[in-house]
Structures are given as structure tokens and as C-alpha cells.
Design a protein around this ligand. Structure first.
Ligand code: FDA
Length: 307
């Protein structure tokens, strides 16, 4: 792990730093690289641009850890409007949702009711898929339990995310394979202690490959979310050797990251989906992107001096 990763991730939770970065020209400029804009129309414009390049989209209305019922309901209403717009504008997009934005920290029942409303609206609007993003380990089991409850109620337009930095993940992949549920596999973006997560990046990468192969063999349209060229190359060789067609999985990458690689994979005939965040609550998202690649911080500062 880069020595800067942990302090940057800790700063992602600092209200003081948030206030500084979000009211500051450098911070706002850096956010523009990773965030599609602040409003719903911005999100739709970015989606259309990507769709024109044959890149599918997952739209994320930024926001997490809300602490009041009113805020959670407000977020839910926003997602309902977003689903309406995806359908009426006929863009190729699904949505990504954080359960803490739907009220998980306020009351489990509230978040379950809210996410159920989102899933129902998704069904009504042509079975639009809803991905439950995975947050820090304080939420892993609760997210999987809520996912399971939704699945047992019969929702099939829902999927979840598993993070290869966690020791538990191969078991969770196995559970999702047994259910036939859709999984997005990523490495994991939060700061986690060594009793639950690999601290060595090489172990996280090895576990990613192990889980990825399990999902490619038997998974329901897995989303391979990574920009790691070595892992992507491994996936390409694995599907070739095992005669797994490109229609059986997709690559997923973040908006503004490795656009060249996204286009290259599309040109080679693979499905690619970009994760497109938008909204005004971009601070923790931006800090996680900085932590993944501290060189982004330098980029941000040097751009500032360029004016
Ligand atoms: P790694 O960090 O090893 O990076 C590989 C290479 O990719 C780097 O050398 C660099 O070239 C490039 N790169 C990676 N991140 C970059 C950045 N921010 N800026 C510029 N270049 C960068 N996490 C989570 O905990 N829960 C979730 O729900 C999700 N959801 C999610 C969706 C999608 C579509 C993606 C792509 C990622 C997530 N993540 C996530 C984030 C994920 O866990 C991880 O933190 C990042 O993807 C970075 O890991 P990589 O797999 O890219 O590898």
C-alpha cells in the first residue's frame, strides 16, 4: 500500500478538510475529472457521450452516510427520478446505490424500504438494473444481508459488489454463484485493518484473480471492475482459453480513469461499462480516487498552477 493511501483515506472522513477542498478552486477542478457534473442533466449528457462510444454506464448519485430519514428519503426520490429519466431519455444506463445513502445508518428498515422502492421503479421502467455499491467493512455483512432479503423477496434486477482485499470475499463469491446473482468484483477502496483485509497489494491482486476466475466460470454476467492492465490481460487470456464468450461478462471502469483502455476494449469487442458519479457530494469520492493514485494529487496541484 502506498504510504499516502491511509492518510488520504482518513482525510476523506474529515469535515474540516471537506470544507476546505469543496470551497477551493483546486479541489473543484480535480473533481471535474472524476465527476460528471452536479445535476441530473449533466449525468445524462455524460451518459450520452459514453453511449456514443459504445460504452454503457452505471450512474451514481453521489452521497453516503446520511443521518436523517428526510435525507434518506430525498436521496430515494432522486433515484426514482433518475430511473424515470434513464427510461424516457432511452440511454444505456443502470444505477449504483449506496445503502448508507438510503438510510442504513438511521434505521435498517428505512434503507430496506427505500431500496425496495428503487428496485420496483427499476422493474416498472423496463427492468433497469440496480447495483448495491459496497462500502467499508462496518457495512459488508449488512449489505449482503439486505441484498439477500431483496433476492429472497424475488427482486432480480439487483446485484452487489465484492472487494478482493477482504479475506471473506471468495466465500461471498461462492454464495453469489449459488444464488445466481450478479456481482461486480473490485479490489476495495476503503481503509481496512489487517484482521479483515490483506495489507499487501499483491495478495489483494491474487485474490482478485482467484475470485474473477470463479465468476467467469460460473457467474451471472459478472462486472470486472478494475483498471489493472495485468489483471485485464489475465481475464482476456482466461476467457480465450476457456471459450467464455464476450457476452458473458463486462469490464467496468471509473469515469475519467483510463479512457484509452475503455475504448480499446470496446474496439476489441468487449462490453465496457463506465461508473459515472454526479452530484454535489463529491468530496469522499474524490478523496478515494486520490488515495488510489496519489499521483492524482500532484496532477491536481500542478493543474492549479497552470491556471
Ligand atoms: P489498482 O489500484 O491496482 O490500479 C491499477 C492501475 O489503474 C493504476 O496503476 C493506475 O494506472 C490506474 N488507476 C487506478 N485508480 C486510479 C485513479 N483513481 N486515477 C487514475 N488512475 C487510476 N470500491 C469499493 O470499495 N466499493 C465499490 O462499490 C466500488 N465500485 C467500483 C466500481 C467500478 C466500476 C470501479 C472501476 C471501481 C470501484 N471501486 C469500488 C473502486 C475499487 O475498489 C478500486 O479502489 C479502484 O478501482 C482502483 O483499483 P484498480 O482495480 O483499478 O487497481
Amino acid at each position: 500500500m502506498s504510504v499516502l493511501k491511509e492518510p488520504i483515506l482518513k482525510l476523506s472522513q474529515s469535515a474540516r478538510m471537506k470544507n476546505f477542498v469543496t470551497h477551493n478552486k483546486i479541489g473543484r477542478r480535480a473533481a471535474r475529472r472524476f465527476v460528471a457534473g452536479e445535476t441530473l442533466p449533466d449525468a445524462i449528457i455524460a451518459t450520452r457521450e459514453l453511449n456514443k462510444q459504445n460504452i454503457r454506464v452505471s450512474l451514481d448519485h453521489l452521497g453516503e452516510n446520511v443521518y436523517s430519514e428526510a435525507e434518506a428519503n430525498h436521496t430515494t426520490e432522486h433515484y426514482l427520478e433518475l430511473l424515470d429519466l434513464i427510461a424516457s431519455e432511452k440511454v444505456d444506463a443502470n444505477v449504483s446505490v449506496k445503502l448508507t445513502a438510503m438510510g442504513l445508518d438511521v434505521d435498517r428498515r428505512l434503507s430496506l424500504d427505500n431500496i425496495s422502492r428503487v428496485l420496483e421503479r427499476g422493474q416498472d421502467k423496463g427492468n433497469i438494473f440496480v447495483r448495491l455499491d459496497m462500502e467499508g467493512t462496518a457495512y459488508t455483512q449488512r449489505t449482503i444481508d439486505i441484498f439477500r432479503e431483496l433476492w429472497d423477496k424475488g427482486f432480480r434486477n439487483v446485484g452487489t459488489v465484492l472487494q478482493s482485499y477482504l479475506y471473506r470475499t471468495a466465500d461471498d463469491v461462492q454464495l453469489m454463484l449459488e444464488l445466481g446473482a450478479r456481482v461486480r468484483l473490485c479490489k476495495g477502496a476503503y481503509f481496512e485493518p489487517p484482521d479483515v483485509a490483506f495489507s499487501d497489494k499483491a495478495d489483494t491482486d491474487r485474490n482478485y484473480i482467484k475470485c474473477m476466475e470463479m465468476l467467469l466460470d460460473k457467474g451471472n454476467y459478472p462486472g470486472l471492475a478494475t483498471h489493472d492492465e495485468k489483471i485485464i490481460q489475465h481475464a482476456l487470456e482466461y476467457v480465450k482459453t476457456n471459450k467464455i464468450g464476450p457476452e458473458r461478462f463486462e469490464f467496468q471502469m471509473l469515469y475519467g480513469v483510463r479512457r484509452d483502455l475503455q475504448r480499446k476494449l470496446v474496439n476489441e469487442g468487449y462490453n465496457v461499462r463506465a461508473y459515472v458519479p454526479y452530484g454535489s457530494e463529491w468530496y469522499p469520492y474524490l478523496m478515494r480516487r486520490m488515495a488510489e493514485r496519489p499521483a492524482n494529487l500532484l496532477f491536481m496541484v500542478s493543474n492549479y498552477w497552470k491556471g
